[in-house]
Design a protein around this ligand. Structure first.
Ligand code: ADP
Length: 315
């Protein structure tokens, strides 16, 4: 089943801002799905439509099987909004408990679940301090715990690693994997592409209110699979399968060239290696490579608009 199945979602805000111009995404149950796009692409608007905070101008599709816009389904959805704020006089434990109460989780269930979640997000030792004493990373962990307190099937996290240091970001990534291991679906909105690349099963790239690419990272970068062969003393170009593969000379090491064979099959790279060896070259490195999510993202966003979009290539 699809956790989210949205078609042709449009939203024109008052003041005539066309935030969404026909976005479609399908999120499978049990996967981590990354929603990517430059600032202003419409990601938060889409998330808010799923959360019924914003009413779409038009939309078809379902959220956990119910028509989009159905509020009852939110009982089974967890949500960490972007730029959230917690009541400053509460401790981390109290915040998680408070959100549980808002979600009508019975007290007897809330207590042990809060404790388990504080463990999951690594906040047990800090749980009884006020949230104002927390770093950004600790606030995000508590935020993730609040998003899980109602035992949701679908967890929607808007920029969960925003403002978090590298160690904290890695820990949040591990949390996402644990949440998935529990059988939940995760929709994560992030501009940190390399991070999404590490955990997401599938992604959608949104730009200017439309979906411009969707699929697993492997699918989306399929055509870019290649073998890079680095060799010293090889020819300027190699004849291979009826075409010539040019060797790119290393700027700082004359005589060292990299030959790129566009294939995902190791067998297809062997003739190039044989030809280089026959020519007396010394193979220095053979590596399987493909486009990164960032390459794909920048290419998609540039292709779509004929120019790069500000913020698109932010690492
Ligand atoms: P993202 O999350 O991808 O950065 P948003 O969904 O926040 O994008 O914004 C998409 C577009 O809609 C932007 O041009 C933004 O200025 C506009 N927008 C967002 N919220 C509102 C609102 N409440 N009223 C008017 N325009 C809005």
């Amino acid at each position: 089943m699809l956790a989210l199945d949205l078609h042709d979602v449009t939203k024109t805000y008052r003041g005539r801002v066309q935030a969404l111009r026909g976005v479609s995404i399908s999120v499978r149950e049990g996967e981590i799905f990354g929603l990517l796009g430059p600032n202003g692409a419409g990601k938060s608007t889409l998330v808010k439509i799923v959360m019924t905070v914003v009413r779409p101008t038009s939309a078809r599709g379902t959220v956990l099987g119910a028509p989009v816009g159905t509020q009852d389904v939110l009982e089974r959805v967890g949500y960490l909004p972007e730029h959230h704020r917690f009541p400053p006089y509460l401790t981390g434990r109290q915040v998680v408990d408070f959100f549980g109460a808002l979600c009508k989780v019975p007290r007897a269930v809330r207590r042990p679940r809060t404790d388990a979640l504080l463990g999951l997000v690594g906040m047990r030792d800090w749980a009884d301090r006020r949230v104002t004493t927390y770093s950004k990373g600790m606030q995000q962990r508590i935020g993730i715990a609040t998003a899980l307190i109602n035992d949701p099937r679908l967890v929607v996290l808007d920029e969960p690693t925003d403002g978090v240091d590298p160690v904290g970001r890695r820990e949040i990534r591990d949390m996402l994997l644990r949440i998935r291991a529990e059988g939940r679906t995760v929709l994560v909105n992030s501009h940190l592409l390399s991070e999404v690349e590490m955990v997401a099963d599938r992604v959608a790239i949104i730009s200017k209110g439309t979906t411009i690419a969707q699929g697993s990272i492997d699918e989306l970068t399929r055509d870019s699979h290649r073998f890079e062969i680095e060799a010293s003393g090889g020819p300027e170009s190699l004849p291979l399968a009826g075409s010539m593969v040019a060797g790119r000379e290393s700027p700082d090491r004359p005589g060292l060239r990299t030959y790129v064979v566009p294939t995902r099959e190791a067998a297809d790279a062997q003739p190039a290696i044989d030809a280089l060896r026959a020519a007396g070259a010394v193979i220095v490195r053979v590596e399987r490579a493909r486009e990164t999510l960032e390459d794909l993202f920048v290419r998609s966003v540039v292709d779509e608009h004929g120019r790069s979009v500000p913020g698109a290539a932010r690492p």
